[in-house]
Design a protein around this ligand. Structure first.
Ligand code: AMP
Ligand code: MG
Length: 425
């Protein structure tokens, strides 16, 4: 049965191909103040408005000089001084030096800076202490060495991190155009669910997926839109799906396994869904469903761009499965809809600190909650170990994890000391 399902890699490739198609060509744009732009996606590329640095800049406190003269160790008379914020001096006469502070423009004519720690100063005369020499360009960043006026420094589609914000500020952006956040509808399903604030009756549990998905969506650059939870009836699902039509992406949790009350797929099919896959060879999250719904007025055969179709995922309801499948598959689609040029999950390598169990399921790529020590003593590489758990509904175990250990499909057990792949949050 399961060999008919795509592998993790195959399913990821299917998702990536659709995501690339849906990457909005004309996203709606908002202007935000730069201090509110962290985590937003750049709508237009950022260009250098002038050379960077805009003048040849000293990287040290010391004395600007001609390197050939300074390296002869004769005393040079100190003709003047420039500190950060002053205009460049010069041209520097021959046989002289110029006092300079870090960040200040180097006088024209000087080609290097002697560090204050490396000189002897006597009566406004300075010399480089032998046997030290200084080379041309030393302790100077030349004008335009980092970027030239007009260079593209950040491409459209960059998700803005602090370094990008600093760069945009250096180019004169006080506010910046970003893509509108895609609206992601969250539809949780299950007769057993009550909201977090309610007192559960016998057999009921609190709906933890709705707030978890909202947090995941917000962190991935989306605008979460929590719909009222649906009951496990065709009528309830039909009504709930009808409400989701205005979303840019629809995430349904629960109801996609093979049980008697797993009614999500038939409900989607009634709305004319195209399914790209209805299961993946992974643990946790094998029953994952991915597809697209036609939007009102669009015919099923039309070119599938996001104005014509509503992409959806049916995420298995167990909270760890929901989180894994979101991260592996829904997040890349969300990233594309958000206008990001980069998407895809982030993996890293770590050393396995303890053997995994002997009874792992083969034939499925496993993503298992694990805890990685990213800062082990003595500069050792990251060390990861599985978090003991009671299956993919174990929220306390999940909360103790900080990554997922990836066990390849053909591996039943990994041994301590192995270099393993982890999926980062
Ligand atoms: P399902 O995918 O609907 O078969 O659900 C699998 C398991 O996840 C069941 O134990 C459900 O009770 C649980 N579950 C489903 N939806 C949620 C939710 N929104 N919050 C917490 N647990 C859920
Ligand atoms: Mg259910």
């Amino acid at each position: 049965m399961s060999s008919a399902l795509p592998s993790y890699e195959q399913a990821a490739a299917i998702v990536a191909a659709h995501a690339a198609k849906w990457n909005r060509t004309t996203p709606s744009i908002e202007r935000v103040e730069l201090r509110h732009a962290a985590g937003r996606v750049l709508a237009h590329s950022v260009h250098a408005d002038r050379d960077q640095p805009p003048f040849s800049r000293s990287t040290r406190d010391g004395y600007a000089c001609r390197s050939a003269e300074a390296s002869r160790h004769a005393f040079l008379s100190v003709e003047g001084s420039t500190h950060a914020g002053e205009a460049p001096a010069g041209p520097l006469s021959h046989g002289v030096a110029w006092e300079i502070m870090t960040g200040a423009p180097v006088p024209t004519g000087a080609d290097s800076v002697m560090m204050i720690e490396h000189v002897e100063v006597v009566d406004r005369q300075v010399r480089l202490l032998p046997p030290r020499t200084v080379g041309a360009g030393e302790n100077i960043v030349a004008r335009g060495a980092q970027a030239q006026k007009g260079d593209e420094l950040l491409p459209a589609g960059t998700m803005l991190a602090p370094a990008h914000i600093a760069l945009a500020a250096s180019c004169g952006y006080a506010s910046i155009d970003v893509c509108a956040r895609p609206r992601v509808a969250i539809l949780t399903t299950g007769d057993e669910l009550v909201p977090a604030e309610a007192e559960p009756g016998p057999g009921q549990i609190r709906n933890s997926n709705a707030p978890m998905l909202a947090a995941l969506i917000a962190a991935a650059g989306g605008d979460p839109w929590v719909l009222p939870a649906a009951a496990d009836t065709a009528a309830s699902l039909d009504a709930a799906l009808g409400k989701a039509a205005k979303a840019d992406l629809l995430l349904i949790s629960g109801g996609v396994s093979a049980g008697k009350f797993d009614l999500v797929e038939p409900a989607l099919a009634r709305l004319g869904a195209r399914f790209h896959f209805t299961g993946v060879r992974i643990q946790s999250g094998k029953p994952l469903v991915f597809g697209e719904l036609p939007r009102d007025g669009a015919s099923r055969s039309s070119t599938p761009d996001v104005s014509r179709v509503l992409p959806f995922f049916g995420l298995p309801g167990n909270p760890i499965s929901t989180a894994v499948t979101f991260q592996l598959f829904a997040a890349p689609v969300l990233a594309a809809l958000a206008g990001r040029h980069e998407s895809g999950p982030r993996f890293a390598l770590a050393y396995l600190a303890r053997d995994t169990d002997k009874h792992g399921k083969q034939g499925l790529t496993r993503f298992l909650p694990a805890r990685c020590d990213f800062n082990p003593p003595h500069g050792r590489p990251p060390q990861v170990a599985l978090v003991p758990w009671h299956g993919s509904g174990d929220l306390p175990a999940f909360a103790r994890s900080n990554c997922f250990l990836v066990v390849p499909e053909d591996v039943s057990r990994l041994e301590a000391g192995a270099i393993v792949r982890i999926l980062l949050p």
